[in-house]
Ligand binder design. Structure first.
Ligand code: 26Q
Length: 809
């Protein structure tokens, strides 16, 4: 290990020479990054090997987290911190006139996720390793991550994200561990003695090749594994010369279609139904993952019946739910177990977390598609469905309607959430309110039938990335005040409450915030040539663009503020910088028009000198993990303004609070728990309650048009969308206008407007009293420890997976 900078420097120089045959002055920054990465990787390797050895020898229970997404973010800096060598390396590089942060910038963001669900998976991996828990990730190594967003003339344009261009220093290809995944074909059944044997014929064979990425824990020796699968053709070196033209064409086509499976990540687009490639990806992940889990189990243990005591498999939403029939298939067809035994093992192994209650986001697949693509898996699902419906019939004789509603297969579709509930031993929601809504509304029939399966596990975020790494100035200030114990025990942040009113601590907190605001301002200046005032309120909404998240409410308030400033240029407000960052799914028309609206309002406001720079609107392009790390530490306000009951949890809310921003939010998702922690005085809550929203949906009674008629501010804003106020863009915003007035504003933007504008006014007034503002900010940081993913993971470890820490030494 690099205990001093001299030993690091000589190793680094030698590595540069060996890798590139150059001495340091001739190397490029990317080469320096690669050389440093490879050195760091080597350091990690020692403990990685050790960890794997100990896990193998001890034979204790392992957790596998199956997810279609892992939104990791850059790894160099985090790995250095976890190894405890960040400062040494930084100093050593400085001697060589290299900036560590420049090297960190060279690393592409592996954008292997859409948003919250993918980032949660990455936070949970970090917490498992840091808490000495034997927990591994299992996902897909997409060749292209989520698209790169460019804004051109205010519109979103999508470019491919080829993150692997320069190679990936953190991964190891493990060809020796490749497995075969089978699609299509037909099944024939043979009776051998008393047993039915299922044969799969004429299938298309795809080779799944794993790439392993080490996940080191914080300053411990645990190094867990994230295994990402890549799809390849199963053709080995063959002689292309010998092929005639038709065979050649076929092989090219086969190669193309197999490799397509891990080609790109699907954007979160619930409306884009029935994409066969997405279903292929899901089965590919699950089949490769389970084969490898079972292989490794059999190396460690004799008896397959002990499986649930040694392995826990968690599915991140329903995307990997085919793990249930796939495990059944392996246990029956390959391990020779009977149905009942296989079912008992499966339903004691698999647990599930739900991340959405939006009807359109609950996955359903057409029967025909599934039958053709996965014939054996479909047979098993049919059998699970039949047995489940029979059970229901016994409990609810004659209640056809109810049984139809709860069936796994109905109306020509396979309902993945139903399969997940029936085939797992636990169903988790991601915040208290979300779990209640699952139990009382969305999944109420299932809750009545399996009340013991439903549990809450409020989400969390890793404070190591989101505070220690993203906000080093704040982290240092905290450690100076209360020591460094909070890093291993994040609820120790509570001790900051002793300093909430301390003027000198307040002063230092406010200096750190200002410094972070200056850094962000510099970035904005450099990238967008817009000057923003670090003394203005940085009011931030960064998250995926979705109607329910209501970026529209935010823009409408900006339009109203602008209108008021035009009427009264002397309006006394604290200057504001509104910052947006959001990607819209490429086919989500309304979302893309909202992006255009934000950008149109931005250029109007930013170029109008009559409002004296009192408001600025910035839309940052290509929002992702790295930008989040820059933006969140600079925020005064984090907007979490989804329609109450719609945001399952949110995790951005936790990142903002941990960095001392105050939340402007609805009573939704984890906002409610944040409010309960910090108290009503330290958060800005507005809008309909979840119950009010649910009641409107159930009983009706909301008329958006009435608000348009009665509230002059709203009328003005809505008219401006279509009356040429935005000049040439007049056609662009008709769609938004109609979604509100014709389609009656599904997400209650108009309904919550007055209360939102009010809350914004309170923010303006409170901000003027800096002392009390900073006190609130400190209170938020002090209460953020409970939202560390360490807490979430400890709840999963004891309440779901029943795994214990294994100390590596
Ligand atoms: C589905 C079908 C086809 C293609 C893509 C998808 C798809 C992909 C991703 C559907 C949904 C997602 C992602 C959902 C998500 O990120 N949900 C968020 O999960 C967070 C972690 O629990 C919560 O905090 C957020 O509230 C929730 O929106």
């Amino acid at each position: 290990m690099f205990t001093n900078k001299e030993s690091f420097k000589s190793a680094f120089l030698e590595r540069l020479e060996n890798m590139y045959g150059k001495n340091i002055n001739e190397t490029t920054t990317i080469e320096q990054y690669m050389a440093l990465g490879s050195l760091v990787k080597e350091q990690i390797n020692k403990n990685w090997i050790l960890t794997k050895k100990i896990y193998r020898e001890r034979g204790e229970k392992q957790v596998y987290y199956l997810s279609m997404e892992f939104l990791l973010g850059k790894m160099l800096g985090m790995n250095l911190i976890n190894l405890g060598i960040y400062e040494v390396i930084e100093e050593g590089l400085k001697d060589l006139r290299i900036s560590l942060s420049d090297l960190e910038q060279q690393e592409p963001d592996p954008g292997l996720g859409n948003g919250g669900l993918g980032r949660l998976a990455a936070c949970l991996l970090d917490s498992m390793a840091s808490l000495h828990l034997p927990g591994h990730g299992c996902g897909i190594r997409y060749k292209y991550g989520l698209f790169e967003q460019k804004i051109m003339d205010g519109y979103q344009v999508e470019l491919p994200d080829y993150w692997l261009r320069e190679g990936n220093v953190w991964e190891v290809r493990r060809s020796d561990k490749a497995v075969e995944v089978r699609f299509e074909g037909n099944i024939w059944v043979e009776k051998v003695g008393e047993r039915l044997v299922f044969h799969h014929e004429n299938f298309e064979s795809v080779l799944a090749v794993p790439y392993d990425i080490p996940i080191p824990g914080y300053k411990n020796k645990t190094v867990n594994t994230l295994r990402l699968w890549s799809a390849e053709s199963a053709i080995k070196d063959f002689d292309f010369q010998c092929l005639n033209n038709r065979d050649y064409q076929k092989i090219v086509e086969y190669k193309r279609s197999t490799e397509a499976i891990s080609e790109f990540l699907y954007p979160d687009d619930s409306k884009e139904e029935g994409r066969i490639l997405r279903l292929k990806q899901q089965y590919f992940l699950v089949s490769a993952g389970l084969q490898s889990i079972i292989r490794s189990y059999k190396k460690r243990h004799q008896n397959i019946k002990d499986f649930p005591n040694k392995v826990a498999i968690h599915i991140n939403d329903t995307h990997p739910v085919l793990a249930i029939p796939e495990l059944m298939r392996i246990l029956m067809d390959e391990e020779g177990l009977e149905w009942d035994e296989a079912w008992s093992i499966t339903t004691r192994t698999i647990s599930y977390t739900n991340h959405t209650t939006l009807q359109e986001a609950l996955e359903r697949w057409p029967i025909d598609m599934m039958k053709r693509l996965l014939p054996r898996i479909y047979m098993i699902i049919e059998e699970i469905n039949e047995r489940f419906c029979r059970e229901l019939w016994n409990k609810y004789p004659g209640e056809w309607g109810l049984i139809h509603e709860m069936a796994i297969i109905a109306d020509g579709q396979v309902k993945m959430a139903h399969l997940a509930i029936v085939g797992s031993y636990q169903v988790n929601g991601v915040s208290k309110i979300h779990t209640e809504i699952l139990k009382k509304q969305v999944m109420k029939n299932f809750y009545n039938y399996f009340p013991y399966k439903f549990h809450n596990k409020t989400n969390g975020i890793t404070h190591r990335r989101w505070l220690l790494k993203a906000n080093p100035l704040l982290a240092k200030l905290i450690s100076d005040a209360i020591g460094t114990n909070w890093i291993e025990h994040p609820t120790d942040l509570n001790y900051l409450l002793n300093y909430a009113k301390d003027p000198s601590f307040q002063e230092r907190i406010s200096r750190v915030k200002r410094q972070n605001k200056i850094s962000l301002s510099n970035y904005i200046k450099e990238k967008y040539h817009i000057a923003v005032d670090p003394d203005s309120i940085f009011d931030v909404q960064v998250k995926r663009l979705h109607a329910y998240k209501r970026q529209l409410l935010n823009v409408f308030h900006i339009m109203d503020l602008y209108n008021r400033l035009k009427e009264n240029p002397n309006l006394d407000i604290v200057p504001r910088t509104f910052i947006f960052g959001a990607k819209a799914a490429p086919a989500y028309f309304l979302a893309k028009r909202i992006i255009k609206l934000i950008n149109t309002v931005a250029s109007l406001v930013n170029n109008d000198s009559t409002i004296q720079g009192k408001i600025r609107v910035i839309f940052v392009e290509n929002y992702g993990v790295s930008l989040a790390e820059k933006i969140i530490p600079a925020a005064d306000i984090g907007q979490q303004i989804s329609t109450a009951s719609k945001e399952a949890s949110g995790t951005g809310n936790m990142k903002f609070m941990m960095n001392g921003a105050l939340t402007l939010g609805t009573l939704d998702g984890a906002n409610i728990e944040i409010k309960d922690e910090v108290g009503e005085d330290n958060i800005f809550i507005f809008g309909l309650t979840p119950q009010e929203v649910l009641d409107y949906y159930q009983y009706g009674g909301y008329r958006a048009r009435d608000l348009y008629q009665s509230d002059p501010r709203l009328r003005k804003i809505l008219d401006q969308l279509i009356d040429g106020f935005f000049l040439k863009e007049v056609v662009d915003f008709k769609f938004i206008y109609y979604s509100l007035l014709q389609e009656n504003d599904e997400f209650f933007v108009l309904k919550d407007f007055a209360s939102y504008a009010d809350a914004q006014k309170r923010i303006d007034q409170f901000y003027k009293d800096q002392e009390s503002w900073i006190e609130k900010s400190i209170i938020n940081i002090a209460h953020s420890g409970i939202f560390s993913s360490d807490r979430t993971i400890l709840e999963y470890a004891s309440g779901t997976w029943e795994v214990r820490p294994i100390f590596i030494s």
